[in-house]
Design a protein around this ligand. Sequence first.
Ligand SMILES: NC(=O)c1ccc[n+]([C@@H]2O[C@H](COP(=O)([O-])OP(=O)(O)OC[C@H]3O[C@@H](n4cnc5c(N)ncnc54)[C@H](O)[C@@H]3O)[C@@H](O)[C@H]2O)c1
Length: 345
Amino acid sequence: MAKEKILVTGGAGYIGSHTVVELVEASYEPIIVDNFSNSEESALKGIESILGREVVCHRIDCNDANALRGVFEQEQDIKGVIHFAAYKAVGESVAEPLKYYQNNVGSLVTLLQVMEERKVYNLVFSSSCTVYGIPDKLPVTEQTPVQKANSPYGNTKKMCEEILTDLATSGSNVKSIALRYFNPIGAHPSAKIGELPLGVPNNLVPFITQTAAGIREQLTIFGNDYDTADGTCIRDYIHVVDLAKAHVTAVARLLEGKAESIEFYNVGTGTGNTVLEAVQAFEKATGEKLNYKIGPRRVGDVPKIYADVTRATEVLGFRTTSTLEEAMKSAWDWQLSLQKEPAKV
Ligand SMILES: NC(=O)c1ccc[n+]([C@@H]2O[C@H](COP(=O)([O-])OP(=O)(O)OC[C@H]3O[C@@H](n4cnc5c(N)ncnc54)[C@H](O)[C@@H]3O)[C@@H](O)[C@H]2O)c1
């Protein structure tokens, strides 16, 4: 039987590349679309090396409706779409908001228009726990009120969720599952794909691994006077492979026709860890000593957030399998594999 084709926008990126691997493992046929604005061709090589086969990739921009139409035309019979493609740097979004609204909101609208034209009605969307802002109560459930975003990036995720909700209300045939990611970390156990920040990393774990590798001099932890056990911020760190698998179950739910017109799920571990605990987990898992200092608080940081994952567990059958230390070890193995390549600084 022909495998069901799933279009994966941003499939050469960090979470997308891991999801492409899991889709193939689950017997789907992923079709990647990426403009490589924040990824490199080497990600495709990594995916292919893990899978031992080639994957299809169209180098196009998701804002280009005609190019997207061409992909649907060429591939025929695409059953669903996972839309990862977006910009994600919070600080950059404050400096260049229009770039973020154009790419993140614009590409979703374009994609949805083309999906409706082509009668492709199943969408998994990359959302974020950023939609909860600074929550009053922890852990956050899907019923926790969505708050005013504290950056243009966060606002794009909120707006995209609203667009999907409006579309559902309109009676469109498109059904969407928005996965609200917490903090994805780690890399594939093969160390052939992982997070590949171009330039100075915005996220904690690549900064940790680059510091341990000597690419960065020192990690700064932003604030240790928050109302937490050790004063540093609390996050819910989820292994990227566990997160990738959640996309596969979400796709299956859509393709089996079980989903409502729009559904939201938290995808985290359900456990909060402080930034210092994350650093200690890295040190324990790798035996590396990390050079870090405590700096002032960073404007816009949410003091603490972690997920209630009951809904994803009960409806999607979602499970996490990796510990924080295992995730840190995989991130370190990935960093070491990159050392063999020219440094990307
Ligand atoms: N990594 C996180 O911490 C995190 C947390 C919450 C949500 N998300 C969301 O998950 C998604 C994937 O994140 P990631 O960490 O894998 O990011 P990433 O930057 O590694 O991957 C995004 C990919 O999309 C591509 N892309 C961007 N704009 C495009 C366009 N217009 N057309 C075609 N390709 C385009 C990039 O080249 C890149 O390969 C994003 O939507 C992001 O906002 C990420």
